[in-house]
Ligand binder design. Structure first.
Ligand code: GLV
Ligand code: MN
Ligand code: MN
Length: 405
């Protein structure tokens, strides 16, 4: 019997999930890891897993698994969001997994387990929940991480302590497939419906702090200032220049969070603390960029008479997708959307990167309208959401047939 997922039930659950932490602006959500909305959404997902015949289990960091009996294929993604997030980033892969797990049970197999990883969006680290589960990040190191508002990871995960069980043994899973929105413009621009991921880029992320002298903005002559914002502005311009010698058109870098102290009009800022993140598919290039970041910050601080601190360097290495799982997705994509799909790399990070340490992994994408994500406007045509669901189910079906033959 082939798997026949129910598109109506899938779409209705996907819409139900976006009401947890609904922003009130479009379909956007505000559901950062360990917020009330995130925990409520996870409890609701656990009920849906239970109703689907899976055994729900929260682990010590809040990853939620819906376990099938015996060895199984793991499907899923994450249900936390960015502080201003879209309704599909992560949620799509979890709800599609649930629907395929139900369809597989109805068809008499194969056994499918479901996961929603915690803090994929990096409130505390970089894909924190799956990083801890996979052994990429020791739990003790994770417990030392703090978010931009000063909340510690240990305290945050304590909010889920009453429902937490043990870590789930990864040995029970044969592989992992994550369905996701593309979060970029490639598929939408080409008018294609499905992307099969070839590999996921690597990332480095570090907090940098310049310490100058807080002073009066009216009386302090320009040449005597040790202005932390001016140092940050100079750092940004010089790093952009220096990167030109090492980057490719696919390399990206971002200063996305800045905290200026005391952050007011009439005071020369004494402290500028900011996130510096860069991504590329070549680990050597990531290393060369790190050297440029450190040298530039050092020079800017030295020349301006400022203090300088580097936070811990967080990161994930680039990973390739598993050829057998990928082939199943490619064949499924051709059957659902003949000639209207492509292979492509992922510039966004995903839990699949961490899970790849433990088992074969693969990913499929559906288009993001206008290439927009990490914003309330994020959206995807419902026909494409359903096409993605069908590709996921068809790939699972193919893998079952291959396992039998
Ligand atoms: C994950 O959302 C990322 O930042 O790529
Ligand atoms: Mn995501
Ligand atoms: Mn995201």
């Amino acid at each position: 019997m082939t798997l026949t997922p129910d598109p109506e039930r899938f779409l209705s659950e996907l819409h139900a999930l976006r009401h947890f932490g609904a922003s009130g602006i479009g379909k956007g959500v505000v559901r950062p890891a360990y917020s009330e909305a995130d925990i409520a959404a996870r409890r609701w997902l656990a009920e849906r897993m239970d109703a689907a015949g899976l055994v729900p289990r929260f682990d010590p960091v809040g990853n939620l698994f819906g376990l099938a009996e015996g060895p199984s294929l793991l499907l899923g993604s994450h249900s936390d969001s960015q502080p201003e997030g879209g309704w599909l980033d992560g949620a799509l892969g979890v709800v599609a997994a649930l629907e395929v797990a139900r369809a597989a049970r109805a068809a008499g197999g194969p056994p499918i387990s479901v996961v929603s990883f915690q803090d994929e969006e990096g409130r505390f680290g970089v894909t924190t929940g799956s990083a801890v589960w996979s052994g990429t990040l020791p739990l003790e190191a994770a417990d030392g991480l703090i978010d931009h508002a000063g909340l510690g990871f240990a305290e945050a995960r304590g909010r889920m302590a009453e429902i937490a069980g043990d870590f789930v043994d990864p040995g029970r899973f044969r592989g992992f497939i994550e369905m996701h929105i593309e979060q970029g413009p490639t598929l939408d621009t080409a008018g294609e419906h499905i992307g099969v991921v070839t590999d996921i880029v690597g990332i480095r992320d570090m907090r940098i702090t310049f310490r100058g002298q807080q002073n009066h903005a009216g009386t302090t002559p320009m040449q005597l200032r040790r202005d932390a914002f001016q140092a940050l502005a100079r750092f940004n311009a010089e790093v952009n220049d220096a990167f030109r010698n090492v980057v490719t058109p696919r390399t990206v870098w971002t200063i996305g969070h800045v905290a200026l102290h005391p952050n007011t009009s009439s005071i020369v800022p004494g402290r500028a603390s900011f996130s510096m993140q860069w991504r590329d598919s070549d680990p050597d290039r990531l290393g060369r960029m790190e050297a440029i970041v450190r040298e530039t910050a050092d020079r800017v601080a030295g020349e301006g008479g400022l203090g300088l601190e580097f936070g811990p360097l967080l990161g994930l290495e680039p990973v390739a997708m598993d050829p057998a799982l990928r082939a199943a997705l490619e064949a499924a994509a051709e059957s659902v959307a003949p000639g209207r799909w492509r292979k492509l790399p992922s510039g966004a990070l995903h839990d699949a990167t961490n899970v790849a340490r433990l088992m074969p992994v693969a990913m499929l994408f559906v288009p993001s309208i206008g290439g927009i994500s990490h914003a309330f406007e994020e959206d995807t045509d419902e026909a494409d959401l359903v096409a993605g669901l069908q590709v996921l189910a068809a790939a699972v079906d193919r893998l079952r047939l291959q396992a039998r033959s």
